[in-house]
Design a protein around this ligand. Structure first.
Ligand SMILES: [Zn+2]
Length: 489
């Protein structure tokens, strides 16, 4: 006789029970840090809305793991019921069922297998901004995959990790980049690459929101991705995708997410910080300030690896083996300069890079290089004059100080002019006309993408101070001995 109980009624050490459960989540196999033990976690729910953790260890994973599929229903009997020690609790679950090769697990085939996930509320893409770069908050989403990028290996020290990016969208039509890392590349990434023409629908849980050419999403170790889940809302989304085939194809072609407005992630909940209160311990800060750099003597560009953006001494256009990404790459100028940001409280210096720097400057890195090589100043008088009457909203992040702690560096992640729709539109046009650069920047790697388990991939923005000094040494050799900035009198 089957003693059918609900999850809530099944207590630790109990025997002689059975339960009907739905697999809500199936996590990737993981290994514990201190021992060779491997484990795989699940979340089960029942029709009362109760949830419990399922866990398998070592050999049981191969034997039993493949039996359980997300969103399917099972009868489970006499798993080992345990309390979870507090430091191992996740998802607010306190009880776990240890499933071994002896545990009874039977799939229940039900009429109308379409499941409604009671606990899953996908977030609106328009609200993603409020979660950007949060260490503790994650988001759940549902989306259609419209495009897939190649897998990119990232080497740092002896660690190798892999990232693969996908373009996803839902009915809101806010195209967003989703980065899958490592195990997710091997599993879901492969599946999605094989099927991306069929617009697979994803349910993703516990994704990080990162700032990466705008707002992007990234997997964490404990994220869960379900491809084409048997969920009613997911089927509606898939139908929506087939009705809007043309628009989605246009997204693949135009890659409009490269022009994503930075305003999109300056959310209403974003708090502005006074410049005197900007702390290097904050991952990002938003400030409202004026820009000035007329008084800073600088070069406006540096020679960089086209892929990883690290500084190189290679000559313009030369193909060389980059010491940072270990690949044969071409040396190309990249725009970079320092700006003083001033509000009523203080002034802080920050560096701006790449397309954003070019847009602000009104010259490309190549143009800046040609002026420099001809020993001519960039004609910036008009720009300096205009900047005196403009206010900007800026997102800052602290730069690295590991090589030289003499002063804290900051990088401008994004900026836009306050109350200036026209300027923003011009920026968009400017970017749109520069498609190849846009594509490259799409493939840039930032540390924000790295899951906590792997070493950070190379950072595109932060030039160590040592590099910066050598960058300026062509202007003034004394820079090498005095780490102070050179300014025009
Ligand atoms: Zn490189």
């Amino acid at each position: 006789m089957v003693n059918l109980l609900s999850i809530a009624d099944i207590k630790p050490k109990m025997r002689g029970w059975s339960a009907h459960v739905t697999v809500q989540e199936k996590m990737h196999i993981a290994s514990s840090q201190k021992s060779p033990t491997r484990y795989q976690k699940f979340v089960f729910s029942d029709n009362q809305g109760s949830r419990v953790e399922g866990i398998m260890f070592n050999a049981a994973i191969e034997k039993m793991g493949s039996k359980l599929h997300t969103f399917k229903k099972y009868l489970i009997s006499n798993a080992d019921v345990k309390e979870i020690e507090e430091q191992y609790q996740t998802n607010g679950l306190t009880i776990q069922w240890v499933i071994s090769a002896k545990t009874v697990v039977e799939e229940l085939s039900e009429q109308g297998s379409c499941v409604l996930t009671n606990e899953f509320t996908p977030i609106s893409f328009k609200d993603l901004a409020s979660y950007a770069d949060s260490k503790s908050q994650t988001v759940d989403i549902m989306a259609v995959v419209v495009d897939s990028m190649p897998v990119i290996p990232i080497k740092r020290d002896s660690q190798e990790s892999f990232v693969q990016r996908f373009l996803i969208v839902n009915e809101e039509m806010v195209p967003t980049v989703l980065s899958l890392w490592n195990t997710f590349v091997e599993n879901e990434g492969k599946l999605l690459t094989d099927h991306h023409n069929k617009h697979p629908v994803l349910i993703c849980r516990r994704l990080k929101v990162v700032t990466y050419n705008g707002i992007a999403l990234s997997t964490r170790n404990d994220s869960v991705i379900v491809v084409d889940p048997p969920v009613r809302d997911a089927r509606s989304l898939k139908n929506w995708a087939s009705r809007n085939e043309k628009e989605l194809l246009a997204l693949c072609r135009d890659k409009p997410y490269n022009n994503q407005s930075p305003k999109m992630f300056y959310g209403p909940r974003q708090k502005l910080t006074e410049i005197r209160d900007v702390l290097p311990t904050e991952k990002v800060s938003w400030v409202k300030c004026m820009f000035s750099f007329e008084h800073i003597l600088q070069k406006y560009w540096y020679m960089a690896c086209v892929k990883c953006r690290r500084l190189t001494s290679a000559d313009y256009g030369c193909t060389y083996t980059c010491n940072h990404c270990n690949e044969k790459q071409s040396a190309q100028p990249r725009c970079r300069f320092d700006i003083d940001l001033t509000d009523h409280s203080d002034t802080i210096t920050a560096s701006i890079f790449g397309e954003q720097a070019e847009t602000l400057l009104g010259f490309t890195a190549s143009q800046a290089m040609h002026y420099f090589n001809r020993n001519e100043d960039l004609p910036l008088a008009k720009l300096h004059e205009e900047l005196k009457n403009k206010m900007f909203i800026v997102q800052l992040k602290p730069g690295s100080t590991k090589n030289d702690g003499s002063y804290q560096r900051y990088t401008i992640v994004y900026y836009f002019e306050e109350n200036a729709e026209t300027t923003s539109a011009e920026n968009q046009l400017h970017r749109g006309s520069n498609a190849s650069t846009a594509n490259e920047s799409y493939l840039q790697i930032t540390t924000d993408q790295a899951p906590s388990c792997v070493a950070s991939p190379p950072d595109k923005e932060e030039l160590p101070s040592r590099t910066r000094r050598s960058l300026l040494s062509s202007l003034d050799e004394s820079e090498e001995t005095t780490p102070k900035r050179q300014r025009k009198k």
